[in-house]
Design a protein around this ligand. Structure first.
Ligand code: SF4
Length: 461
């Protein structure tokens, strides 16, 4: 349960809010919470204390569906007035009926993801807004669910691809890019509010602006094209003025991504790329219908490393995709080693209801899928650990995420190589100098003294 800024006045209607799912769902939650706050609604910490509850759901994998349905059930039992939004809201069951309505017929309204207006319309219907909106109490950057020093910036919604294992396009629709002026204005507000790390998210960051034919927009009185290169350069220049980081997620390895790498070498954005490759073997990629599946990823990554040697590549993979042979899987293991993927995650293929991949020939038995996932992780972790060990002795810039004991006792932070929530950490020992203190949301230099699992150990100075 997430608490909004508290607003004075005993009579303000109270909304309970549960946000589940990925960073894209989180940004949807932030938009709804911002609008609720702008209209004078308060939030409640408990279901029972709320006049109505909104549940933002995730519908991607079976565990997430179960968690979302359980949360809706809990909210109905404890409160009774529940509005459901998010990816699960867009899903249908085998009979074509809406899944949430089928499981929980008493919910007040169900919407899909990215539906602030529909959610607010349902709120207004069941819990009229107060007469005196506390507009002035809403911070300019909106309501953020992340710590104050980092924030996700969503640049587009939906996806033009049709990967066979994924049902996101059927839930979120085709790609719709946000106007570049809006994106940059939001970024500036976030930096002004103290954000030190901006995480750019979307379903396909490299495709930004395709739907608008890379239209020229305006920002700060200057023309700027709605495309990835211009966006990253503008964000980087803006971030520089605030001493902040820009980190790119969900980047597909299209040829034009090569143009972004020099910006990393120049220090305009972090030399970090989250590239969801999913597999390496061309036949598996074809069966997956992956974007950029014809690209030569090994050569591409080698070229990136030539242009910017410190680049960190994070990726996710699927083991045991239907039809995957042992030889194709071995190709993937070799790829992870050759490409020296710094951070890799792996899922055993899981048939998501409604995904085209479920009908593909030669499904891999579950035990083999799991066994391959474990083998993959052993290889990937060995690559990653070796790369971390090479950092011992280096001096790195670390963004402090927590600093108990007034910052004298050390803390926890992250370097450019670690995105929040998904990568490792830099565990900070007490500072070298007695006069130095660590502060959450500030940068410190630190000397790396050891590598432990996914993390580094460092002495700040
Ligand atoms: S690129 Fe593929 S996996 Fe990613 S959202 Fe689009 S269809 Fe889904």
């Amino acid at each position: 349960m997430i608490e909004l800024v508290s607003t004075p006045g005993a009579a303000a209607p109270k909304v309970g809010f549960v946000s589940l799912g990925c960073p894209k769902a989180l940004t949807d939650s932030e938009l709804i919470l911002t609008q609720l706050s702008a209209e004078g609604y308060q939030t409640s910490k408990t279901f029972a204390g709320a006049d109505l509850v909104i549940v933002n759901t995730c519908g991607f994998i079976d565990d997430a569906v179960r968690e979302s349905l359980d949360t809706i059930g809990e909210a109905l039992a404890e409160n009774g007035k529940v509005i459901v939004t998010g990816c699960l809201g867009a899903r249908t069951g085998d009979d074509g009926d809406n899944l949430v309505r089928k499981m929980h017929p008493s919910v007040l309204a169900v919407t899909g993801p990215h539906a602030t207006h529909e959610v607010m319309a349902a709120v207004h219907l069941h819990l009229p807004k107060p007469h005196d909106p506390f507009v002035d109490l809403v911070p300019a950057q909106g309501i953020k669910l992340t710590p104050r020093h980092y924030a996700y910036l969503k640049i587009s919604e939906g996806c033009n691809h049709r990967c066979t294992f994924c049902i996101i396009p059927s839930m979120r629709g085709d790609l719709v890019s946000r106007p570049i002026g809006d994106v940059l204005t939001e970024a500036r507000k976030l930096f002004e509010a103290g954000v030190k790390e901006l995480l750019v998210v979307s379903q396909d960051t490299s495709a930004y602006g395709v739907d608008m034919q890379y239209r020229t927009g305006f920002w700060d009185g200057k023309p700027v094209k709605t495309r990835m290169l211009d966006l990253v350069r503008s964000l980087g220049e803006l971030a520089k003025g605030y001493g902040a980081w820009v980190r790119l997620h969900y980047v597909y390895p299209y040829p034009h991504v090569d143009d972004i790498i020099p910006l990393m070498a120049e220090g305009l954005c972090l030399p970090y790329l989250d590239v969801p490759l999913q597999h390496s073997h061309p036949d598996v990629l074809r069966r997956m219908k992956r974007p950029a599946s014809g690209e030569k990823n090994l050569e591409r990554i080698a070229r990136w490393r030539e242009l910017c040697p410190e680049i960190v590549v994070r990726s996710t993979f699927i083991a045991g995709f239907p039809g995957e042979t042992e030889a194709e899987f071995q190709h993937l293991l070799d790829f992870v080693q050759e490409a020296q993927i710094d951070r890799a995650g792996c899922f055993a293929f899981s048939p998501v209801q409604g995904a085209a991949a479920n009908a593909l020939a030669n499904p891999v038995p579950e035990a083999v899928r799991e066994e391959r996932r474990a083998r993959f992780m052993a290889v990937a972790e060995a690559v990653s650990s070796e790369k971390l060990r090479k950092r011992v002795g280096a001096i790195m810039q670390v963004l402090v995420d927590s600093a108990p004991g007034m910052g004298k006792k050390g803390g926890v932070g992250r370097s450019y190589a670690d995105a929040p929530e998904i990568d490792g950490l830099v565990r900070l020992l007490p500072p070298e100098k007695i006069s130095k203190t660590l502060k959450v949301g500030e940068f410190t230099k630190a000397r790396i003294v050891a590598a432990e699992g996914h993390d580094l150990l460092a002495v700040p100075f």
